[in-house]
Design a protein around this ligand. Structure first.
Ligand code: NAD
Length: 257
């Protein structure tokens, strides 16, 4: 796939949450290829360090062990990035978990809260830390990785679907609040990508879930992580200049709106 112009993000500093693997890692790679420096924030220290090593040949990649549920960790990592790079230009809220694949009434309250805490409140906490900096700069791009599940509501993934619907609404609210400030806020709603997000599903149900998800995609395949990354990098660039509070579909024809 052709990359965004090699200088489209030159001089910009990007934070990618959940950047150690999967879609987040692909977004980080794409941002580096377009000239940005990138900070990966993730829970998983071991995978994070391997990811940074793999990315270093492409440019300046740093990492911080950050749990997006923890506002103190977020504040510390944001301050470190700002001190080192002088600005916070791009925030990609990508960290996410699938949670249980069971009927909505069979989620435990703890499972329900955990999914909402990571996928929705975590993204909001990161916006809360970074948006004021972007506002003061009069420049920034926030890209939230939601899901087609947030538009349609996937059966057996109610907490996940509700969290992603919430993230879509957060994108719309924040987009309006910042519309005249030079800070644009958009979200992406991918259909299924073949990543480790499915590791949470018990092995005996995993294939069944993947088949069910694929059967809803008219193009009949998983989205590639690089396809999501290409859209995210465009939304993070100045080429995206008149879209905010918007929802960008990347679902192989699954989503009808
Ligand atoms: N894979 C899919 O089918 C799919 C489809 C649509 C949307 N998405 C969304 O894309 C995003 C990335 O998904 P993926 O498939 O790459 O998943 P993944 O499981 O491969 O990677 C997610 C990353 O997030 C990190 N993470 C989890 N909880 C965290 C926390 N509390 N704080 C910081 N980091 C945390 C994990 O350590 C992991 O590195 C998620 O928000 C997911 O919901 C995925």
């Amino acid at each position: 796939m052709t990359a965004l112009r090699s200088d489209a993000l030159r001089g910009r500093h990007a934070i990618v949450t959940g950047g150690a693997r999967g879609i987040g890692l692909a977004i980080a790679r794409r941002c580096l290829q377009a000239g940005a420096s990138v900070a990966l924030w993730d829970l998983d220290a071991a995978v994070l360090s391997a990811a940074v090593q793999a990315l270093e040949p492409l440019g300046t990649a740093t990492s911080a062990v950050v749990d997006v549920r923890d506002e103190a960790q977020i504040a510390r990592a944001a301050a470190q990035s700002q001190e080192r790079f002088g600005s916070l230009d791009i925030l990609v809220n990508n960290a996410g978990i699938l949670g249980p694949t069971v009927p909505s009434w069979a989620h435990t309250p703890a499972q329900w809260r955990d999914v909402l805490d990571v996928n929705l409140t975590g993204a909001w906490l990161c916006c809360r830390a970074v948006a004021p900096v972007m506002l003061a700069q009069r420049r920034g791009r926030i890209v939230n990785i939601a899901s087609v599940a947030g538009k349609e509501g996937n059966g057996l993934n109610a907490a996940y679907s509700a969290s992603k619907a919430g993230l879509i609404a957060l994108t719309k609210s924040l987009g309006k609040e910042l519309a005249s400030s030079g800070v644009l806020v958009n979200c992406i709603t991918p259909s299924a990508a073949d990543t480790e997000v499915f590791a949470a599903v018990p092995a005996e149900h995993r294939e069944q879930l993947r088949t069910a998800l694929l059967s809803r995609v008219p193009m009949g395949r998983f989205v590639e992580v690089d396809e999501v990354a290409a859209m995210a990098a465009w939304l993070a660039s100045d080429d995206c200049s008149f879209s905010t509070g918007a929802v960008f579909d990347i679902s192989g024809g699954r989503s009808l709106y």
